[in-house]
Design a protein around this ligand. Structure first.
Ligand SMILES: Nc1nc2c(ncn2[C@@H]2O[C@H](COP(=O)(O)OP(=O)(O)OP(=O)(O)O)[C@@H](O)[C@H]2O)c(=O)[nH]1
Length: 474
């Protein structure tokens, strides 16, 4: 088993190495002018590798850049030249060190600041990405300036396009690769879940996702065709509209689909600039790539917040132990019924408390106590009439709303229910559950809390009279 895991991990390092080389050669196609690689994919591979594998990613990344930057033909033609070696090593460090620091900082940020909300996490993530890309661009250009004699002002001319190209590469490719690399490597990266948690509540409709993606793709192709046909620099700006279908996908689809569509949309734009021969507007398209990626990141916060909201709503409405309505929901429903009643309508409330419940907790344990609360409330819930509402008020206190009953009928009904309290059995343990009931009439002009207070007093009277009784106060 351990041998299999080691083999998997070693092959994952090889995969990073070749993935980096593949991404590098794909990016060369996208270098439409000397310093502009519209979408520098190797940066995305490096960041994803450091995010998933931590500092272990350093060696495959370093070696991959070294293989690309070492001038093998000069080496074979003129023999060993220490300058060639030094330049290639410096190039490798200029890329792998900033992304190493960036990846490790991102891991730290996402796994140690769990209490931060999603928008703050995303802002932090983008700042780390932007700083690491800036550092990598600055160091890379500096090494290039040192290594070449036939180009001046490299730093000044190249920093913006290099930085933006790297940043887009990270923003687009890293989330996509973070979906797959952990699966291939057996490394666990639980902190990534913060972006996927809300997916559980979302529907899984591939068809709808593909429909939206096709719409985005057709929009991009349409803009490229227009840009090619009309000789006006302003046409390229239409590409910014692509953020709309992308954000729509992020709002409505699972994060895995949103990362895939970001990759597809930005790849199409990046390669389309060459295919449709509109490279004179490359910087506009590059900026549109960045805006599409950045808005996607911020948009992820929306479905996450929607999910959080519905969880909170559920917590506010349903008691987590018994799944009965909470006191808040009960109050809301009761007040609604009472407010919309005619003056001659009569409603009652019965509050019951399980007798000697703390003894069950003390003698049999808290988890048996929990089971008693769960099982007995399930049985009582099944006894409820359609118009009645049962709620767990707090601890072992339950309240029943009995609409359209006068006090005498409510006392009778409460007594019926008292007899329905079950005898529970847990293995060899037999627990007859008993309860004391307090019944009151809901009085006009009285607040919910006042009614409940009177019901509680009636219940306490039942306790004082020996428990397992129904007592009413008018
Ligand atoms: N197992 C469990 N116990 C709880 C929970 N909430 C409150 N309790 C316990 O419920 C008990 C409530 O006891 P009381 O109702 O005050 O007293 P009692 O033992 O039932 O006695 P009488 O009410 O006088 O019959 C306390 O021991 C609480 O610790 C819960 O969610 N689970």
């Amino acid at each position: 088993m351990t041998g299999r895991i080691n083999l998997l991990r070693k092959s994952a390092y090889l995969l990073i190495f070749f993935l980096w080389l593949g991404a590098f050669h794909a990016s060369v196609i996208l270098a439409y002018s000397e310093l502009i690689s519209l979408w520098y994919m190797p940066a995305g591979v490096s960041m994803a590798a450091f995010l998933v594998f931590g500092k272990r990613a350093f060696i495959p990344i370093f070696l991959a850049i070294w293989v690309e930057s070492f001038n093998f033909s000069a080496f074979f033609a003129h023999g060993f030249d220490p300058t060639l070696l030094a330049t290639s090593v410096l190039f490798s460090l200029a890329h792998s060190v900033p992304y190493g620091i960036g990846g490790l900082t991102t891991r730290h940020w996402l796994s140690h600041f769990v209490q931060k909300n999603i928008p703050t996490k995303i802002v932090g993530l983008l700042v780390i990405y932007a700083v690491s890309a800036a550092l990598a661009a600055f160091c890379g250009l500096l090494v290039w300036e040192l290594a070449t004699e036939n180009y001046t002002n490299i730093l000044e001319d190249g920093w913006f396009a290099w930085w933006l190209g790297d940043l887009i590469g990270i923003m687009v490719l890293a989330p996509f690769l973070c979906l797959f690399l952990p699966k291939l490597s057996t490394y666990k990266v639980p902190w990534i879940d913060v972006f996927y948690d809300h997916d559980r509540g979302m529907r899984r409709s591939k068809k709808q996702f593909i429909g939206k993606l096709i719409l985005a793709v057709l929009t991009i192709i349409g803009i490229f065709m227009l840009d090619r046909a009309v000789d006006h620099p302003g046409v390229a700006y239409f590409v910014f509209f692509v953020s709309i279908p992308q954000v729509w996908i992020v709002f409505t689809e699972r994060t895995a689909y949103a990362s895939t569509s970001l990759l597809v949309i930005t790849a199409l734009i990046a390669f389309g600039v060459g295919v449709f021969d509109v490279a004179d507007q490359a910087i506009t398209y590059q900026f549109a790539l960045y805006i599409t990626a950045a808005t996607s990141y911020f948009a992820v916060a929306v479905p996450a917040l929607v999910q959080q909201n519905s969880t909170l709503k559920e917590l506010a409405m349903l008691d987590t132990l018994t799944q009965l309505p909470t006191r808040w929901l009960f109050k809301t429903l009761v007040e609604h019924v009472v407010k919309s009643s005619r003056p001659n309508q009569s409603h009652c409330i019965a509050l019951y408390n399980i007798d000697n419940f703390s003894r069950i907790n003390n003698d049999c344990g808290y988890s048996v106590g929990d089971q008693v609360l769960r099982e007995s409330s399930k049985i009582m819930q099944n006894e409820m009439r359609d118009s009645e509402i049962l709620c767990r008020c707090e601890h072992d206190n339950f309240v029943i709303f009995m609409p359209n009953l006068d006090l005498d009928s409510a006392i009778q009904r409460a007594d019926e229910l008292r007899h329905q309290l079950p005898v529970l059995q847990f293995d060899d343990l037999i627990l007859p559950i008993r309860g004391s009931f307090g019944v009151v009439h809901v009085q006009f002009g009285e607040s919910f809390e006042q009614t409940l207070e009177r019901a509680n007093r009636a219940m306490q009277n039942a306790k004082h009279q020996g428990r397992n009784k129904v007592v009413a106060i008018s």
